[in-house]
Design a protein around this ligand. Sequence first.
Ligand code: NAD
Length: 260
Amino acid sequence: MLKGKVALVTGSTSGIGLAIARAYAKEGANVCLNGFGDKAAIEKERSDIETEFGVTAIYSGADMSKGDQTQAMVQDAIAQLGSVDILVNNAGIQFVSPVEEFPPEKWEQIVAINMSSAFYATRAAIPGMKAKKWGRIINTASAHALIASPFKSAYVAAKHGIAGFTKSVALETATFGITANAICPGYVWTPLVERQIPDTMAARGLSREQVINDVLLHAQPTKQFVTVDEVAALALYLAGDMARSITGSIISIDGGWTAA
Ligand code: NAD
């Protein structure tokens, strides 16, 4: 389905991003991975993708909180793989704290990684997409692009921001064969969710089980975590030719959370 295409997925050394990169490679796309983590584990993931799926996989350690590194990553991927046809702006972090105690440096970091990095990567990728008259921009937003939760002010602000950015990009690129959409997962069981449990326990004075059942899954009518493979399947559909008329959409995959 994606043979001959190149996909760059930010924040793809873990969780949702890794599942999306693997789903694209499985369909024949060459991929550029990005993110932090153990060097040997990342190299194993990269080479496993090449051997399992018979594609080229490269890795960029660019820091998505730095606009210049983000743009250079896109340009390097184009230089090494020939193009960036599918851009998934997925890197993201979370921090949980009451707003009056929210550390300003954490606010800046979340806005930079969860929102501004999408601007820098998108502006670097669009000229090549316009030239080919084909492109897919998929932003991993969140249910928190549509509704809020307490103690996540920076994350909610950045995710609402990326939803608006997605719509503007969709309008600007609509006649160039390019689509831009945002995927809004509810709670997906990934390291990002696991890591916020201790902070939420502290912020709300709850046990681990209470946080999982009464805070996280409380919001999700299905009472189940979304899986990374379900999110990857949606990202794969949006990358395909059958999704060419879906653009500027903010698409929920949240077990009914935002229906309430
Ligand atoms: P994760 O922690 O498993 O993965 C995050 C990825 O981003 C990792 O590869 C990490 O190395 C990378 N990353 C973090 N900071 C970076 C930086 N400065 N530069 C480059 N890479 C960086 O988390 P995840 O749950 O897979 O989250 C992926 C995206 O999905 C995020 O945007 C997150 O907000 C969003 N999301 C997650 C959930 C959920 O429940 N897990 C729900 C809705 C949205």
